[in-house]
Write a protein that binds this ligand. Structure first.
Ligand code: VG1
Ligand code: CO
Length: 628
């Protein structure tokens, strides 16, 4: 076996060690399917000659052609449909072990090509990258071969398979590619026992719409063959071009296109002025995830931050055994540093694939819902890209109403969309939306079509730099807390919290949502819920104003007459069981009450949410796994 499929030796070794016969590579047929199908892949050991030529071409930024043949041989591998390949909020996410099952990944990739119009991939350019997690390198080789097998013209792949989600979006747009693959399960943990994921983005860099993902799912249920090009593994360690017939792979630097974009959006001199001050402390926690590849080149090498201001800055396949989700629970190391008396003035973290962000001041946490509102309120003054003012603002439904108030004050068009970034793209393409965000630590703008962790950090640094640009050394600087409190004083404070109950039994969680839907269908305005009076209750449905597509059942919400809300959803990004999310929000215009702890201010609403949903009865859970 090893000689017919050398490049998956490690996978097979792993399967032998674990004695688990299900650990097959996605492309290399299992011994049984080899026998039954009679298909024999040639050995795919990297050709040493190719490798050495590729290595010597690495210094040339334009890349050199290292091999060429007249054409490439395409093999057809028979396959069978696999159940459960339906994408969730953001791509297909499963345990690594599931993706390692025979043809699991290959089926999905082939089903994707079967779903796209020919002109979207034939001889087209596609981008490929990921967050560096376990299984990405094997997956990248498989995706490249299937892309070539289906007639794709060119793949642009990040060096070592690395590209953050926002960088994939940026590269698609800059290089005018037809789309791209992101190999990541984002904030889900990585490693042999944890999660892997794949997402497809379209030509303007946005996550594929549900019309496409539904088609892919349909095709995974009827797939019968996978088209694979007979080419060797690509050496991903060196920047350069490798050509096989009409197909080429260009290994690109993961940072340069993205950095160039950031330099165009922000005033780097302004930010450099702040980061190089001796009276300003900065800390960025890359959580051993993909922004480790971006943090040093951007914050240290370009913007003058001290080298020790980056922590966990080396991307690791298992994120250093961490859970790369930048929130108060999982980014605890950063939180501890930021809550010290002598802690830095500004701290931030990003997630597995670099699209989320958490922003902290010294002893101060900025909720993502406030963060997007504050960025929007300050964008025109502090960020050159928004000099003419934002075109419109938007948030996901469960995100607090803070942004709504900014839109109202600035007289900007405003949109409320379902959870998941894919709903913002159409509004951006139509020129209706500039700045948007989600309560789940996602913030971004129309510079790309994904949320963008480093962008959010640079946006906050721009606001602080702008506010402090005339402060002399020794003068008290305007702090993160000052900016937020000033914002609350102007707009009022939307207290917000989210309770997550991870890995519940699916049955109980589904029954709870059905129970809530039933309550909603019978509810009437004016009904009392404790001290709250119902304005309306529904299961959120969204009609895209650009293409008219409808997304229904996007979250059960109870909205009360004072603007308070309780919202219930099931997560669409988990890989095991069901995660229940409860979102709680209450508006407080009275400045004297703005310093109350959110958990205390929201206690009556939280209790109400728990009793209305009978969560304990349905899920057996006493306490949430994570509170944000
Ligand atoms: C979660 C968040 C959602 C976010 C999505 C992808 O989805 O709630 O706001 O867009 O993750 O983020 P769900 O369905 O689990 O609630 V990422 O950074 O994991 O791509
Ligand atoms: Co992410």
């Amino acid at each position: 076996m090893a000689s017919t499929c050398a490049r998956f030796d490690t996978v097979f070794l792993f399967s032998r060690l674990t004695g688990n016969a299900r650990y097959y590579s996605p492309l290399c047929p299992s011994p049984t399917s080899l026998l039954s199908s009679g298909i024999h892949l040639r050995t795919t050991k990297p050709n040493p000659r190719l490798q050495s030529i590729t290595a010597s071409s690495s210094s040339s930024s334009s890349g050199a052609i290292v091999a060429g043949t007249e054409g490439i041989e395409i093999k057809s591998l028979p396959t069978k449909p696999i159940e459960g390949q339906k994408t969730g909020t953001s791509g297909l996410r499963k345990k690594v072990k599931v993706f390692m099952q025979e043809n699991y990944l290959a089926n999905w990739i082939q089903a994707l090509f079967n779903s796209l119009p020919l002109e979207d991939y034939k001889n087209a350019t596609l981008v490929l990258g990921g967050d560096g997690r376990y299984f990405n390198k094997e997956a990248a080789q498989a995706i490249i071969k299937i892309a070539a097998g289906n007639g794709v013209g060119q793949i642009l792949v990040g060096k070592e398979g690395i590209l953050s989600t926002p960088a994939v979006s940026a590269v698609i747009r800059k290089r005018k590619a037809n789309g791209g693959f992101i190999m990541s399960a984002s904030h889900n943990p990585g490693g042999p026992e944890y999660d892997w994921g794949i997402k497809f983005n379209y030509s303007s860099g946005q996550p594929a719409p549900e019309t496409i993902t539904d088609k892919i799912y349909g095709n995974t249920l009827s797939i019968s063959e996978i088209k694979v090009a007979e080419i060797p593994d690509i050496n991903l360690s060196h920047v350069g071009v490798t050509k096989y017939g009409n197909f080429s792979v260009e290994v690109i630097d993961p940072v340069s296109d993205y950095l160039e974009l950031m330099e165009g959006v922000f005033d780097f001199d302004l930010i450099r002025g702040l980061l190089s001050r001796s009276d300003f402390g900065f800390m960025f926690d890359a959580m051993h995830a993909v922004t480790g590849a971006y943090a040093k080149p951007i914050f240290v090498d370009n913007l003058g931050a001290k080298p020790d201001s980056i922590s966990n800055g080396v991307p690791l396949e298992d994120f250093g055994h961490g859970h790369p989700d930048p929130n108060l629970t999982y980014a605890k190391d950063l939180v501890d540093v930021m809550y010290r008396d002598d802690g830095p003035d500004f701290g931030a973290a990003s997630d597995g694939d670099g699209d989320r962000n958490m922003v902290l001041g010294n002893k101060f946490f900025v909720t993502p819902s406030d963060s997007v509102a504050i960025i929007a309120a300050n964008a025109q003054d502090a960020i050159p890209y928004f000099r003419a003012g934002p075109k419109g603002l938007a948030r996901s439904m469960p995100t607090s109403g803070a942004l709504d108030r900014v839109a109202e004050k600035l007289k900007l068009p405003f949109f409320e969309v379902p959870t998941g970034w894919k709903f913002f793209g159409n509004l951006m393409d139509a020129g209706k939306l500039s700045i948007c965000g989600e309560e789940s630590f996602g913030t971004g703008s129309d510079h790309i079509r994904e949320k963008d962790g480093i962008w959010a950090v640079l946006a906050w640094l721009s606001i602080l730099a702008h506010r402090n640009k005339d402060k002399n050394q020794g003068e008290k600087l305007v702090s993160v807390a000052d900016v937020v409190k000033e914002y609350w004083a102007t707009y009022g404070r939307n207290f917000f919290s989210r309770y997550d109950y991870e890995e519940c039994e699916s049955e109980g969680a589904n029954k709870m949502i059905e129970y809530l839907r039933d309550i909603v269908s019978k509810s009437k305005a004016g009904e009392s819920y404790g001290n709250y009076v119902l304005q309306f209750a529904d299961d959120f449905s969204y009609t895209d104003p650009v293409d008219g597509s409808v997304a229904s059942k996007q979250g059960v919400r109870f909205v009360f007459t004072d603007g308070s809300r309780i919202i219930f959803r099931l997560s669409g990004t988990g890989s095991a069981g069901a995660t229940v999310r409860i979102y709680i929000e209450q508006f407080e215009p009275d400045v004297s009450k703005h310093d109350v702890d959110a958990q205390i201010a929201l206690k009556p609403l939280i209790d109400l949410a728990l009793s209305v949903s009978k969560l304990k009865d349905f899920t057996g859970r006493e306490k949430p796994t994570v509170i944000t």
